[in-house]
Design a protein around this ligand. Structure first.
Ligand code: K7E
Ligand code: CUA
Length: 637
């Protein structure tokens, strides 16, 4: 790396990386080659090292929406790229008073908290992916997993709000998920989910001490209906998930082929595998009734375990070295790349050969076409659309850029080095992702390295540090570290989406098919109330519905009366239609706090179990007289 490189001056990447000597030698050659084709030294230099500006000046907008998983929080976060500014948090499996998620009637319905069944109040989000068509994002939905309580959630992009959550039967540790990358005419649109932990099937007290009888399931969820379509019984623990670009396969990396229950047992074998699922062959079998069910679930299950009749028909097990983690398909759709975790290699699998292997024309092990050595602890791989792959290297704390075609030539015995460049990251990187990397429109501009450790990079805040999401310019031949972004643990993964694809609405509109309004319309009809324009208290026995408008700076009702023991539903409509004018409804000493977006209606149901006077007030600074925006709930004894 040249002394003129500004990165050197900032001291963030001091010249030679630990393994940089090798690429430095090559760098000279490339600058030379640039000059040879008539480039001025400056231009050649610009091609050599990325030179994108990450500055987004005041008043300007980011080029990309980043969808980050929130990890422990159970949410999704939206980060502007390249500014790395946090723009929004979308509550999914968690509670949130900004919107009232988990508190309002609608959100309780989506979360399943309205029913008298077991209630989950925590989640663990890892993988966010957007819905696709023709190999790129179609701007309709985002999907995210809940590893804690085996669920899949969907977020509608028009409001960036969770609109459906489905539980996956017999699964634990729902980890990798991936939607189909294209929609096939007349066929359902599936999102595939891997269960990482094996458990007894059904998990009702049987087979407790007989791990050989435990199982793990690969689940297909209809991403439009948000219903579980079918499941496949698989050998080993499934980790990450991916799909091809033709709509034929889903795939999973599998570790613990030993099917052990403690670490030493789980890592005994030198090889584990990547499993490929023949989606429409499974679909056919299910249609023909060639399936079984587990316990009292009605979901069709087929057996795709090793040595079962389904192996070769439903599933294909391609051996890869020791405990693979990530699996990613390159933007050409040809190659699936598995990262070794306990092996310093990536394994490149040719999906055209996988197609042939399902037809019995080649052996599963012959689908492997390259195995470059990328560093210690490779986890995830992303792409720039120019034939290069970028793999996160956990143990080395580096990102390795390597060339896929060269890796294939090297595997065939040619004396070529596929490694292009390595850059240090700080520290212990998990996922990386790059702009549009998971689509055929990968544009090779920015890469984000989601580092698990940050130790000395930020002001210390106690024993628990923030994560460090680093922004890296990948537009040149060599990578350039641009920005350290602190982020509260632990976003596992992200996708970075061109901004023209995401078209959210700035106010809520009464669409005929908006499920949020369906509930209110039904109630208002029953009660003969004009929703959004009338302020009325309707009593039916011990059930009271309070319809209330809000328009800055007043609520339509400055008081309402109920009796102790009533079940009260307060329905508030925000009649401000201007951008940004949200109201909130917080009911003192009743543990109720939710927001109402412009144009929206929200409601809450509770038992008025305490007599007295309780002030409700607006929680959004909506007007100069915002503090006066309040009223009294009077509960008669
Ligand atoms: Cu942390 Cu994708 Cu859950 Cu890898 S996963 S690092
Ligand atoms: Cu409405 Cu403050």
């Amino acid at each position: 790396m040249s002394k003129k490189d500004p990165i050197d001056k900032k001291g963030t990447n001091k010249g030679l990386t630990r393994r940089g000597f090798l690429t430095t030698a090559i760098a000279g050659t490339v600058v030379g080659a640039g000059m040879a084709v008539g480039l001025k030294p400056k231009e050649a230099k610009a091609r050599e090292v990325g030179r994108l500006s990450s500055e987004v000046p005041p008043g300007k907008l980011d080029d990309y929406y980043g969808f980050w998983s929130g990890g422990h929080s159970g949410e999704i976060r939206i980060i502007g790229v390249p500014s790395m500014r946090e723009l929004k948090r979308i509550p999914v499996f968690n509670f949130d008073c900004t919107s009232g998620w988990g508190i309002t009637d609608y959100s309780k319905k989506v979360l399943g908290l309205d029913k008298k069944k077991r209630e989950y109040v925590v989640g663990d989000t890892h993988h966010v992916h957007l819905s696709y068509n023709n190999g790129t994002y179609d701007g309709k939905y985002a999907y995210v997993n809940d590893k804690a309580n085996a669920r899949l959630a969907r977020i509608r992009i028009d409001y960036l709000e969770t609109d459906a959550i489905v539980e996956l039967p017999h699964c634990q540790g729902t980890h990798g998920i991936f939607p189909m990358r294209t929609r096939l005419p007349g066929k359902p649109y599936y999102v595939f989910c891997n269960s990482e932990f094996r458990n007894p099937l059904p998990n009702d007290g049987r087979d407790l001490d007989d791990p050989k009888k435990y199982g793990a399931l690969h689940t297909a969820v209809d991403g439009e209906k948000m219903e579980v379509a079918w499941q496949v019984l698989v050998s080993g623990n499934m980790d990450l998930c991916a799909t091809d670009y033709k709509g034929l396969f889903s795939m999973a990396t599998c570790y613990n082929s030993e099917e052990g229950v403690v670490l030493a047992e789980m890592t005994r074998a030198d090889r584990d595998w990547a499993v490929f699922f023949n989606v429409w062959e499974i679909e056919k079998a299910v249609k023909n009734g060639e399936y079984f069910t587990i316990g009292n679930s009605k979901v069709p299950v087929v057996d795709g375990r090793r040595g079962s009749k389904g192996e070769g028909r439903f599933t294909l097990y391609v051996p890869v070295p020791k405990s693979p983690h990530g699996v990613n398909v390159d933007p050409t759709g040809r190659y699936a790349i598995c990262s070794g975790k306990l092996s310093p290699t990536c394994t490149v699998i040719d999906l055209e050969l996988v197609e042939k292997a399902f037809k019995g024309k080649v052996k599963p092990e012959d689908c492997v076409v390259a195995q470059p050595e990328v560093g210690l602890g490779p986890l995830h791989t992303v792409f720039d659309g120019r034939g290069n792959a970028y793999t996160s290297i956990f143990i080395d704390s580096q990102v390795t850029k390597w060339n896929i075609k060269k890796a294939i030539r090297q595997y065939k015995g040619e004396n070529v080095n596929p490694i292009v460049h390595k850059i240090d990251v700080h520290y212990q990187v998990g996922h990386v992702n790059a702009t549009m990397s998971e689509t055929k429109e990968a544009d090779g501009k920015w890469l984000v390295s989601l580092n698990k450790f940050s130790k000395d990079r930020f002001l210390p805040v106690g024993p628990r540090h923030p994560d460090n999401d680093q922004l890296i310019d990948i537009s040149g031949r060599k990578m350039r570290l641009v920005h350290d972004g602190s982020v509260w643990p632990e976003p596992h993964d992200c996708v970075i989406v061109r901004r023209d694809i995401i078209q959210p609405r700035v106010k809520r509109v009464y669409d005929a098919n908006d499920p949020k309004f369906e509930m209110y319309r039904k109630w208002a009809k029953e009660d003969g109330v004009k929703l959004g324009s009338e302020n009325k208290v309707i009593r039916k026995g011990r059930k009271v519905r309070v319809y209330m408008t809000s328009l800055a700076p007043v609520f339509g009702l400055t008081e309402f009366r109920v009796k102790k023991g009533d079940t009260v539903t307060v329905i508030v409509t925000n009649n401000n239609k201007e951008e940004d004018v949200s109201h909130g409804f917080c009911l003192s000493l009743y543990d109720i706090n939710f927001g109402i977006d412009p144009g929206a209606t929200e409601s809450v149901t509770f038992k008025a179990d305490k007599p007295g006077v309780y002030w409700y007030y607006c929680t959004w600074f909506c007007h100069a007289l915002h503090l006066e925006m309040r009223g009294r709930m009077i509960v008669e004894p």
